[in-house]
Design a protein around this ligand. Structure first.
Ligand SMILES: C[S@@+](CC[C@H](N)C(=O)[O-])C[C@H]1O[C@@H](n2cnc3c(N)ncnc32)[C@H](O)[C@@H]1O
Length: 371
């Protein structure tokens, strides 16, 4: 928690006064108090604004960077923009000038108050709707673009909510922790390549826009940042997303291990067997009891029927898995070097052989990360 030493109003408008410099200098000495307690807001009422580390309250004050973010977002005058975590509104006022409508979702009621006041002062209040909610719980409105300097502690579920959620949008320009952005942008074979990149790039393209030094924020955080633009793909592979997420979780549990070694683990095989049994039984029930021939990859064994699968022990099931891996030359491959096309092909081969993936912890689409 940090306390601004000058009246609140002066804190809000960078460039007009120097409190940011003072605040900045202070932040180097003491970023937040040890008691970063969200309930401790007794000093917020007067002229002071406490910024909470737990809410990721680092305000971006550099006008040039704010302008670049808006310009790179390619906002049309008719666009509706969603901003997540508007804070005191440094980015919001610029979005209001560029767009027809801005929805801003902010969890902190003190920020909401400041934001409303600032919009009023700009004369653009009619274009702004502030929603005082947790962005992870709020229902997103219909929108064209997302432009936001988000709280970094919700990066992963928020990106998942955007790319796997029901709301369609042209692009999301996001200021993220640099390390998280690197992981989003990583390609197979890069040391940062991981499950996050695999899952996001299945449905969206990610472009790096620029890096932003931690010194551009008040208070100064410990980490640098990067701006990226996420653009949903026009065409996404026809795959069950819940199963894909469970599949990538299994594969990327140890991303540098060969798939042969990963799928040799007894526990993993037993889990897969249980769920594949259930999936096969459901398929039979839904089909009115008919055999599903499409689930049998080579016709040599009846992998799909409930009787075949449910009576199959761990060992024969493991053999089946190994057979799939070998027939596609996947057994020696490491997930850290595999493309999405290869992973999709492997999942399709597993499904054809009656092997299905499911997260026993009930994977939701928010869960796209691996570490
Ligand atoms: C990194 S600050 C960005 C502030 C402002 N956009 C800027 O660039 O100066 C993040 C903002 O998100 C808000 N916030 C934190 N968690 C949130 C959540 N779950 N939902 C909505 N807003 C949240 C914080 O209160 C804070 O105002």
């Amino acid at each position: 928690m940090i306390r601004a030493s000058k009246p609140l109003l002066r804190l809000l408008i960078p460039g007009q006064y120097s409190p940011f410099r003072r605040l900045h200098a202070g932040s180097r000495r003491r970023r937040y108090s040890k008691n970063d307690n969200d309930d401790d807001d007794k000093n917020d009422k007067g002229t002071h604004l406490h910024l909470y580390k737990s809410k990721g309250q680092h305000l971006l004050t550099n006008q040039r960077i704010l302008d670049t973010i808006v310009r790179k977002s390619a906002i049309e005058p008719t666009d509706t923009v969603l901003e997540i975590g508007p804070g005191t509104g440094n980015l919001t006022v610029k979005l209001l000038e560029a767009a027809s409508k801005v929805f801003a979702i902010e969890i902190d009621s003190r920020m909401v108050e400041i934001l409303d006041k600032r919009a009023l002062e700009s004369g653009l209040q009619d274009r702004l709707t502030v929603i005082r909610k947790d962005a992870l719980k709020a229902e997103f409105p219909l929108l064209d673009l997302v432009v936001a300097n988000i709280p970094y502690n919700i990066s992963s579920p928020l990106v998942a909510k955007l790319v796997f959620g029901p709301i369609q949008f042209r692009s999301a320009t996001l200021l993220l922790q640099k390390e998280f952005a690197r992981r989003l942008l990583a390609k197979p074979g890069d040391s940062e390549f991981n499950r996050l990149a695999v899952n996001v790039t299945l449905v969206a393209d990610v472009e790096h826009v620029m890096d932003v030094s931690k010194r551009e924020f008040v208070p100064c955080p410990k980490v640098d940042s990067s701006v990226v633009i996420i653009r949903p793909k026009a065409q996404v592979p026809d795959v069950n997303m819940e199963e894909w997420l469970a599949f990538t979780r299994t594969c990327f549990g140890k991303k540098n291990k060969t798939l042969g070694a990963t799928f040799k683990q007894k526990k993993k095989v037993a889990e897969l067997l249980n769920f594949s049994d259930m999936a096969a039984s459901n398929a039979e029930y839904n089909d009115g009891g008919d055999d599903d021939e499409s689930a049998d990859s080579d016709g040599e064994e009846d992998c799909s029927s409930s009787s075949g699968s449910s009576e199959m022990g761990v060992s024969p099931f493991k053999e089946k898995i190994m057979k799939v891996l070998k027939s596609g030359c996947f057994d020696g491959k490491r997930p850290s070097k595999m493309s999405n096309e290869e992973l999709l092909r492997l999942l399709a081969m597993f499904n054809d052989a009656g092997v299905y993936f499911h997260d026993k912890s009930n994977t939701k689409c928010e869960d796209i990360n691996c570490e």
